[in-house]
Write a protein that binds this ligand. Structure first.
Ligand code: NAD
Ligand code: TYD
Length: 360
């Protein structure tokens, strides 16, 4: 039985990945989820799997070398899938240091502990061991407003925000381990994800949540920045396919080929909410474009991200399966069915962050 060490599995993509993996492999795999449970980590995302005998949760910081070493010593880890990170650009602009700490130092600790556990005396690695580092397309910087421009695996790194700079630093460390030690790893650089369990500081869940509550829908700058949106389950599938079918030491870009301007996203959400809410639901009256409010632009706001997923499609056969129209309906349905989840995550710390960010 293969054992996975998943970091950051209580976050948005990590929890979707864990659900995907148990749906796919059932009792044939074991997952150990290591998560520090920061404001973004939520064990409610994992209630469906928490009682499985082949699932273990360990509350730990990836920077805590002793604990990570112990987890490797006590378990025969075959795969590491490394999601744990500080992930929100706006927060990184306010508090960059924590991003460097978790994203760079934390990745160094994960690499070093995996290397120590997997390395043989002759400097080669035990058969079949693999480390996958989950990264972002934001490391490539910003594309011009030209629909023919795309990021490729060969695009130079040019991060602009403290978030993307820290992820670029982490990617470089993984590359250094592969080049220096021939450490068995892959890097995936993915575009913007959306779907169930996404914390409502990110554009899509923030707009859904605000619209339902009749709150303003904050659109940064001119609203014409472009992001390439991918349904999170397609990302989870891509990670598994890269780890099992990809060539070791390679980077694979993962993208939705689904570029949309932010204002288009906001309008689609309003339209879809209006289609889905029954006429008698009192919220329907206030879900209108009148809520759209243009606010001050993000500092250093990247204009456009877009991935051409040619390599992963050609080598592995992965492609985005969920069309945006379908994905956004599934996402909204999920938020309708999980009002309690939203209430819980928006109480406390998030409320404080929201006030500082949008209501000062
Ligand atoms: P998230 O913020 O929802 O979750 C991050 C998780 O990591 C949380 O559960 C948090 O508790 C945990 N964590 C944070 N610091 C930790 C630490 N020091 N030790 C242990 N656990 C810690 O993030 P996400 O959106 O799920 O992103 C997951 C990964 O995917 C990140 O590496 C991110 O850079 C990458 N990524 C995200 C997107 C996206 O659109 N969200 C796109 C591409 C890549
Ligand atoms: P976000 O979800 O934070 O992801 P990222 O910055 O990693 O791409 O933001 C997506 C886009 O939406 C980005 O261009 C910033 C913009 N945005 C808004 O216009 N208003 C908001 O309230 C937020 C959170 C984001």
């Amino acid at each position: 039985m293969r054992t996975y060490l998943v970091t950051g599995g209580a976050g948005f993509i990590g929890s979707n990945y864990i659900h995907y993996m148990f749906r796919k492999y059932g009792d044939d795999i074991r997952i150990i989820n290591v998560d520090a449970l920061t404001y973004a980590g939520n064990l409610e995302n994992l209630t469906q799997v928490q009682d499985r005998p082949n699932y273990t949760f360990v509350k730990a910081d990836i920077c805590d070398k002793e604990t990570i070493t112990r987890i490797f010593a006590e378990n025969e880890i075959d795969r590491v899938v490394h999601f744990a990170a500080e992930s929100h650009v706006d927060r990184s602009i306010r508090t960059p240091e924590v991003f460097v700490h978790t994203n760079v130092l934390g990745t160094a600790v994960m690499l070093n502990c995996a290397k120590a556990a997997w390395e043989l005396t002759d400097g080669t690695f035990r058969e079949g061991k693999k480390f996958l580092h989950v990264s972002t397309d934001e490391v490539y910087g910003s594309l011009p407003d030209d629909e023919n421009a795309f990021f490729y695996e060969t695009s130079p790194y040019a991060p602009h925000s403290p978030y993307s700079a820290s992820k670029a630093g982490a990617d470089m460390l993984v590359k250094a381990y592969m080049d220096t030690y021939h450490f068995p790893a892959n890097i995936t650089n993915c575009s913007n994800n959306y779907g169930p369990y996404q914390f409502p500081e990110k554009l899509i869940p923030l707009i859904i949540n605000n619209a339902l509550q009749g709150r303003k829908l904050p659109v940064y700058g001119d609203g014409r920045n472009v992001r390439d949106w991918l349904y999170v389950e397609d990302h989870a599938k891509a990670i598994d396919m890269v780890q099992e079918q990809g060539r070791l030491f390679e980077t694979y870009n993962i993208g939705g080929h689904n570029e949309k301007r932010n204002i288009e996203i906001v309008n689609i959400i309003i339209e879809t909410l209006r289609e889905m809410l029954p006429d008698e639901d009192p919220r329907k009256a206030h879900v209108t474009t009148d809520l759209i409010t243009y606010v001050e632009d993000r500092k250093g706001h990247d204009r456009r991200y877009a991935i051409a997923p040619d390599k992963i499609k050609a080598e592995i056969g992965w492609y985005p399966e969920t069309m945006f129209k379908e994905g956004i309906r599934k996402t909204i349905e999920w938020y309708f069915a999980h009002e309690e989840w939203m209430k819980n995550v928006t109480s406390g710390d998030y409320q404080k962050y929201y006030t500082e960010m949008y209501e000062k």
